[in-house]
Design a protein around this ligand. Structure first.
Ligand SMILES: Cc1ncc(COP(=O)(O)O)c(C=O)c1O
Length: 403
């Protein structure tokens, strides 16, 4: 698909921002949605929006089939060999909470170690803090280097038999760095630790193969990869998931319920209590279909955009760009000397340009970097070089005005 045709698939690009042509540089927060995804969700509500897994009538059967088909698509998309390994949640945040709570509560004890990194999103820190309070397990952090990569020597030195789980982001939502997960998993497994991967920022941009990575858990959100809001995914190795207690309980996840006690059904439904997020899951299936139509050429397009933007940004006086890893996704974070990131973001907003400013839910990383906030721009397939030119022009104008 040509860039022009790709843009036509995203109706929101016809919208104005503050009455100016919209330039959307915030895909790391949430991606725009192609029309096929919007229509698929609408079709569910218009044509077969019945309760799934329990309705015997035709509409219910159709809804159930579409839902379970989406599970198969997700499994294939991330290289999982079985759809039973795919659990639908409402977000990556919920997926990580599920593992921290259900796996953590059963498997962690006093003085066990949970290994995180200082570049984690709060979603991959706070759930572990809660489970550490409940179990007495200790959290330790692998530090990032000034160029935004992980210090792997530190990581290896920190591994010992007390480390029970390593939970690490596949790609940093501040630096854009893609971490060497395969290597991390191999080393962690040598010491008997499991590995949970936060795939929020990698899944929308690079091919994922959970079997090749050999990770034990992998979490991501639908809304960052052209899918609807309100749906997340947790992949887990089957034998590990089967041995975990349920996270939340209620209807749809039981085998037997008496007045005294209950037993659970098998994975994946054991982890999907209540009426599932049907429209969202089916919409996510359509997002994966969309990925399949654009092939992998979007990866090359974005690499071009990133190197072009980095070259242009590096020409600006007083800029600090955070991270310069060679393996990265479509994210650049930066600050301009003596101007608050929020002021620049607001200035750009009035020029039609949507960027993110703040701590990006990475307060520990902000501390490591010695800053309280920065500007983040992030791209996806619908972005173009001419948008970067306009952005650079307006950024320069903002610097002139605000300094
Ligand atoms: C790296 C990373 N992890 C986790 C999350 C949380 O995702 P969600 O808010 O969709 O649950 C995000 C979202 O910004 C993220 O960028």
């Amino acid at each position: 698909m040509s860039a022009e045709n790709i843009r036509k698939e995203f109706p929101i690009l016809n919208q104005k921002n503050r009455n100016k042509k919209l330039i959307y540089f915030d895909s790391a927060a949430t991606s725009l949605k192609p029309i096929s995804v919007i229509e698929k969700e609408m079709q569910f509500y218009k044509e077969y929006g019945a309760s799934i897994h329990r309705s015997v009538y035709e509409l219910g059967e159709k809804a159930t089939n579409e839902f379970e088909n989406a599970r198969k698509k997700v499994a294939k998309f991330i290289g999982a060999t079985s759809a039973e390994s795919i659990i639908f949640t409402k977000s990556a945040t919920e997926s990580i909470n599920l593992v921290a709570d259900a796996w953590g509560f059963k498997n962690l004890k006093k003085n066990d170690v949970i290994l995180l990194t200082d570049m984690e999103h709060h979603s991959n820190i706070v759930p572990w803090q809660i489970i550490s309070e409940k179990t007495g397990a200790i959290i330790q952090y692998i530090k990032s280097t000034p160029n935004g990569t992980l210090n792997l020597e530190d990581f290896e030195n920190m591994l010992n038999e007390n480390v029970k789980i390593v939970s690490v982001t596949h790609a940093s939502n501040v630096f854009g760095t893609i971490n060497p997960i395969k290597n991390i998993v191999k080393k962690a497994h040598e010491h008997g630790a499991l590995v949970m991967v936060d795939g929020c920022q990698s899944t929308p941009h690079i091919p994922i193969d959970v079997v090749e990575l050999d990770c034990d858990f992998f979490a991501f959100s639908g809304h960052k990869m052209f899918g609807p809001t309100g749906v997340g995914v947790l992949y887990g190795k089957k034998e590990i998931l089967k041995n975990m207690p349920p996270y939340q309980t209620g209807g749809g996840m039981i085998e037997e319920v008496t007045m005294e006690k209950s037993t659970w059904t098998d994975i994946p439904h054991k982890f999907e209590p209540g009426s599932p997020v049907s429209a969202q899951v089916i919409g996510l299936g359509a997002a994966i279909d969309f990925f399949n139509t654009i092939d992998n050429n979007h990866i090359e397009i974005q690499k071009d955009l990133i190197s072009y933007a980095l070259k242009k940004l590096n020409e600006i006086d007083g800029i600090t760009i955070y991270g310069d890893a060679s393996e990265r996704t479509s994210i650049i974070s930066f600050n301009i000397d003596n101007i608050h990131s929020l002021d620049i973001a607001q200035f750009l907003d009035y020029e039609g340009i949507a960027v993110r400013s703040g701590h990006h839910c990475c307060k520990p990383l902000m501390n490591t970097l010695g800053i309280s906030s920065c500007i983040r721009i992030s791209f996806h397939i619908y972005n173009e070089k001419n948008e970067i030119d306009t952005f650079i022009e307006k950024l320069n104008k903002s610097i002139e005005t605000l300094s």
